[in-house]
Design a protein around this ligand. Sequence first.
Ligand code: CTP
Length: 411
Amino acid sequence: MGQVCAMRYTLCPMLNQKKIIVGVCGSIAAYKTASLVRLLIKAGAEVKVVMTPDAKAFITPLTLATLSKNPVNVDYFEADTGLWTNHVALGLWADLIIIAPATANTLAKLSNGICDNLLSAVYLSARCPVYLVPAMDLDMWKHPATQKNILSLQTNGNLLIPPTEGELASGLNGQGRMAEPEAIFEVLLAKLSKRKPLKTKRALVTAGPTFEPIDPVRFIGNHSSGKTGFAIAEELADLGASVTLISGPVNLQLQNNSIARIDVNTAAEMLAEVKKYFHESDIMVMSAAVADYTISDPAERKIKKSEKQFDLKLSKTVDILELLGQQKKAGQLLVGFALETDQEEENAMNKLRRKNLDFIVLNSLRDAGAGFKGNQNKITIIDKDFNKQVFDLKLKTDVAADICRKILELI
Ligand code: CTP
């Protein structure tokens, strides 16, 4: 580490009061964890180290206790005092967990929820972001079993700092070296020092389609993927808001496990959940593609094909957004969406007015690449004073950031 870097880490308490658990597994790379702990402490973080029993063979608890200025936890029980280490309290204490080095064995355990040591129990009890920093030999890293575990851990919202290439303890050359402490530190700094302007706010987001049952095996649905709504929930949580996400049936996982996710199927179920939370919400973003009509009388048994023609009787669902617009109190910010195929702006402005919104996010199916499918969207934001902002086609995560910027402007 150069002089300038060293000074930056020493002089700026960038991680002031951030509570970090550093998990350490049994790998030769554990010696690097000492430097990581030192960097975190110098930046003002409060660090508690949790080691697996094997890790003690590679670095002593005394070293990490001295650097972290806290006792190191290894076992559920302290051998001499018989005291129990409360893994739940440790998991809930942390603003962030980083497991460095994470061995193939621990990754396999975590991806399967195996909980046979203190570190895996703390991991299962935590609600904060978890970073995994693997270290292993190149063939262990490449092995389909390890790759499957990594994918499953990432799908479950864990964040990966991948191993780098170079000379390994075995003498082989390839990918498997634990990332350097300075590189890990920069990643954590970027995550934890993000401004949290919404930290006193509660947000309610709806996302995805709704499925209205025709009979036990069929439904009426739509092509909404839920990606924009999920990205908005993530962005609001990153900005510090306490987020509740009510999602229709989608194939998505959240990265930030502080978001409270409620899964529903039908428009009626979504309405019932929204009613529970909207009174206490400061920000409400209704991005779900809620069915406008539901089957009046869904069959209890599978409908058999007999007649040449078959009519479905539909009845209107409650417009959740409109209901919130009617009941909204001063200080509550309400955002709606409009997906249009023609007379886009006129339709969007009518919805904005009729539903009493603070702003509406319009997307037109006439814009190439925009809409439900894919990872991109092109939006126009129109606010209640009819100010209009037209955005380029961009990734749905960037679209979510634009929407949240507008929320920040208005809140
Ligand atoms: N919406 C809702 N509840 C419904 C229908 C729609 O909350 N039952 C919300 C959506 O979440 C979205 C907005 O209303 O934020 C606009 O949805 P859209 O389908 O574009 O408009 P509608 O008002 O349903 O009008 P139309 O389908 O006639 O265009």
